[in-house]
Design a protein around this ligand. Structure first.
Ligand code: BT5
Length: 233
């Protein structure tokens, strides 16, 4: 049984879960109807209008040493969920889920010594006029299907799918999931431009290693990228 705690408003479900991590049992799910300070990676913002979308944070107290793995599991669960609505989602390394090249979901894993918080935001019923406030192309289930979608049902499907993958990793290891993820990514042999906090460069993706990092062949040698933005050129 999942322990879901829902709030009308939070600044950020990730922030709440991190602040209360000690007292929250493993597998608690924090959700809210609106975030006033929804956050992305690198201090970016996550647009979180009231009522329409999923904002959730999973408290995980196993596997905490590998945030990249949890992000991958979450992305696969989102893909599986969106396919139930006849969408054709694509994965963009490392953690974006796009439909028709537009972002529909963002995932943010944050760790503390006593656990990991895995934040997932999915645009469910965001109307097109609100999506236009986002500076990059964004979409929602409503925008893609033309229909209002049952948000609690999407959340349940997403969490069920996530915990099936998660339990699989706990009991049998990451190899099988990593393979599915690599197949979804379709990035091997692609020419990419990489922006990390330290630098920017181009190269060709030669493989994905056991940590989920991209190994990129550049003119000057191999580069390993575990975090950053990658654009296919
Ligand atoms: C992410 O960051 O994609 C991670 C977003 C995680 C959000 C969830 S919601 C529940 C939990 N609580 C939180 O406070 N956060 C998590 P990043 O890859 O840095 O992408 C951020 C960028 O996505 C922004 O700079 C915008 O360009 C774009 N963006 C912002 N809001 C969006 C939205 N609602 N839909 C699509 N794109 C958006």
């Amino acid at each position: 049984m999942l322990n879901i705690i829902n709030f009308p408003v939070l600044d950020s479900t990730n922030k709440y879960a991190l602040e209360n991590l000690k007292n929250l049992p493993d597998r608690t799910v924090i959700t809210c109807e609106e975030q006033t300070g929804g956050r992305g990676r690198l201090q970016r913002k996550w647009l979180s209008p009231p009522q329409v979308n999923i904002y959730c944070s999973l408290v995980l107290k196993n596997l905490t040493e590998k945030p990249a793995m949890l992000t991958i599991i979450a992305a696969l669960a989102v893909l599986e969920t969106l396919r139930k609505y006849n969408l054709a989602p694509q994965l963009k390394w490392p953690n974006d889920v796009l439909v028709g090249g537009k972002k529909i979901c963002g995932i943010l894993a944050e760790t503390k010594p006593d656990g990991l918080v895995l934040g997932i935001g999915v645009n469910v019923n965001t109307p097109p006029e609100i999506l236009q406030q986002i500076e990059k192309p964004a979409t929602s289930l409503l925008a893609e299907t033309g229909q209002i979608v049952n948000k609690p049902k999407v959340l349940t499907e997403l969490l069920e799918s996530f915990f099936v993958f998660y339990d699989h990793v706990l009991s049998r290891g990451f190899a099988y999931i990593a393979q599915i993820w690599q197949n979804e990514l379709q990035i091997i042999d692609k020419k990419v431009r990489v922006k990390t906090v330290q630098k920017e460069f181009e190269g060709t993706v030669s493989q994905i290693d056991a940590d989920g990092a991209l190994i990129i062949q550049t003119l000057t040698g191999l580069e390993k990228v575990l975090a950053g933005d990658v654009y296919v050129v």
